[in-house]
Design a protein around this ligand. Structure first.
Ligand code: CMP
Length: 137
C-alpha cells in the first residue's frame, strides 16, 4: 500500500516503476480512501501498540494505493526494495531510504509474510485480482 504521504508527494509512479523494473507483475491496483474499520482490520496485529490510533488516523486521512505484486520471492525482495520500517535505518536506494525521514510517514507498507499477504489481498481486493502469468519467471 502506498500511504497518504506517498500519494500526496507524487511518488506513485516512481514506486510502481521500481517494482515493475525489478521484474514483478502487477496483479492488482486501486486508489482508495479507506475507513476506520478497514484500517483497524488491516493493522489488527498492531492494535496493542501505543501508536495504533495515530497510525489508523493517518491511514484514513487521504487516498492510498493498494497494490498486488507477483513474482519469485516477491514478499522478501519487495521488503528489500521498500527498506527498513524506520527511515533512519533504511538504506539509500530503498524506497524509504530515498524518500522518508519519519517512521509514521514512511511512504509505503509491504506485507511481512506470504501469510499476511494472502490476508491483505483478501481484505483489499475482495473482488479478485487480475489473472495473467508473466513469461519472465
Ligand atoms: P508499516 O509497514 O505500515 O507497518 C506498521 C506501521 O506502523 C509502520 O509501517 C510505521 O509507519 C508505523 N510505526 C511503526 N512504529 C511506529 C512508531 N514507533 N511510531 C509511529 N508509527 C510507527
Amino acid at each position: 500500500m502506498i500511504k497518504p504521504d506517498g500519494v500526496q508527494r507524487g511518488l506513485v509512479g516512481e514506486i510502481l516503476g521500481r517494482f515493475e523494473k525489478k521484474g514483478f507483475s502487477l496483479k492488482g491496483l486501486k486508489l482508495i480512501t479507506v475507513d476506520r474499520p478497514f484500517a483497524e482490520k488491516h493493522y489488527a496485529d498492531l492494535s496493542a501498540k501505543p501508536f495504533f490510533n495515530k497510525l489508523v488516523e493517518y491511514i484514513i486521512s487521504g487516498p492510498v494505493v493498494g497494490m498486488v505484486w507477483e513474482g519469485k520471492n516477491v514478499v522478501t525482495t519487495g521488503r528489500k526494495i521498500i527498506g527498513a520500517t524506520n527511515p533512519a535505518e533504511s538504506s539509500p536506494g530503498t524506497i524509504r531510504g530515498d524518500y522518508a525521514i519519519d517512521i509514521g510517514r514512511n511512504v509505503i507498507h509491504g506485507s511481512d509474510s506470504v501469510e499476511s499477504a494472502r490476508k491483505e489481498i483478501a481484505l483489499w481486493f475482495p473482488e479478485g485480482i487480475a489473472e495473467w502469468k508473466s513469461s519472465l519467471y
